[in-house]
Design a protein around this ligand. Sequence first.
Ligand code: AMP
Length: 542
Amino acid sequence: MQSTMMNMPLNITSVMTFADKVYGDVEVVSVTADNPRHRYTYSDAFKRVRKLANALAKLGLKQSDVIGTLAWNDYRHLELYYAISCSGMVCHTVNPRLFDEQIEYIIDHAEDQWVFTDVAFVGTLERLQNLLPDVKGFVILTDEANMPKTSLRNAVCYETLIADEPETFDWPDLDENSASAICYTSGTTGHPKGVVYSHRSTILHCYASSLPDAFGLSRYDVTMPIVPMFHVNGWGLVYSAPMAGAKLVMPGPKMGDGEALAKLINEEGVTASAGVPTVWLALLQYLEKSGERVDGLERLTVGGSACPLSIFDAFRDKYDVTVQHAWGMTEMSPLGTYNRVADDAGETMSKADFDTARLRQGRPIYGVELRIVDEDGQELPWDGESSGAVQVRGPFITDHYHKREHSAAEDGWFETGDVAFMDKDSQMQITDRTKDVIKSGGEWISSIELENCAVDHPAIAEAAVIGVAHPKWTERPLLLAVVNEGAEISKEEMLHWFDGKVAKWWIPADCVFVSELPHTATGKLSKKDLRDEYQNFAWNDA
Ligand code: AMP
């Protein structure tokens, strides 16, 4: 029997028309290179989106064409997100922190027709444009007063491009399974791989990630995504904020600037924000130095890398802000699990249990089916002990990569490359990346747990633990640590720090203090580089 329900496609156009009508007067505030505080409403935004859609059509662009963006989080990037996808074109957000060769590769691979860029990245594109003959032209995201001199071919100023366009646009009917956006993973080996999102996957991810035990957005929230819009659609918040009617604050190029973030939080009344641990460390350092507070801020979602306990504690104990841990990946749109520990858990649990609970990456969100399997592909129980490869499936998880025929999901399950166990409360604990696991004397050691423990030492700014070949134990963990400015710590002191905190045989066999650690373009530790560098490390006891 068929249902009696209307068959309406799930598409991003509906988010726009809904927010325009219902939450039209809610504010969108941005920092841009040409304006320290730009302010307008969703209604103003979508008016300019319609002007931009007319301009795209005038450039000769048509449905299924791919358009590149190299831009920070701000209102012009928001306009591009909606105008491109709702016109039936594909928004290809390019991570400007990638190496030149990778930027060239992904613009060419995705077949970008035009590229829209912030002024800050004009130089990068000038270096690369001759290698990208298929890009027809470049639009600079600024006004005439701030337009740089550039050799980019067919360079147009964004504000001039849209200035005289009509404020109405007849949006096309779109198949909900058609592509809306594309984002490339920034792995440390091989070429980046493209993940293509659909209108349907984007909407379903927004519904699921906005549930109360996930981002929990409402019209009473002011949300500031510090996760870049060039990486997995800014975790979908630029769609879910207008869907929920939440005010949107976007920090533009100031994402890593603690002082600017504190100012935005206090002056715009930000209640909820989301970002990688590094951003929160920058904010904490600023608050501690300046003595300022962020009293209106209620909760921070931390993901992208494991969040150290020191961040949870500092925000809770000193600033009364709840930190919530989340896990996901480009291939998952990105949210996979979310950990919303009860508000009063700190009072009802022992400190040790509370810490363990907060560090978990969380429960799968609705729409994400998750299982842990052993080396033979057998599913493991959720018993808090059995650790294995994490596999997922669901309507906002990719089946394969762009232009790669074979499915990335064996048996219909996508292999995440993460290793974890599930506890009896269905909370996931990531212990490693498949490629990063350390096996010592036949037993697994969690490099992430050791890194978390190391950065909990007040003298340590950042840490990485890698497995290095050892004649007796096959591999032993080696700690590489960056010491905080002005702090001092000896190797012995560092290694003793682990006593009683982890199993004795887990304690790193040696430690090297380094001035910095290598990172990927999305800010994750690049352990491959470290393994290459330290592969011949001479152990004292070998
Ligand atoms: P990306 O696709 O660049 O966002 O990277 C996804 C990967 O980041 C995941 O597969 C994990 O290895 C890692 N990751 C994301 N969130 C977390 C987290 N909360 N804890 C530990 N690792 C994480």
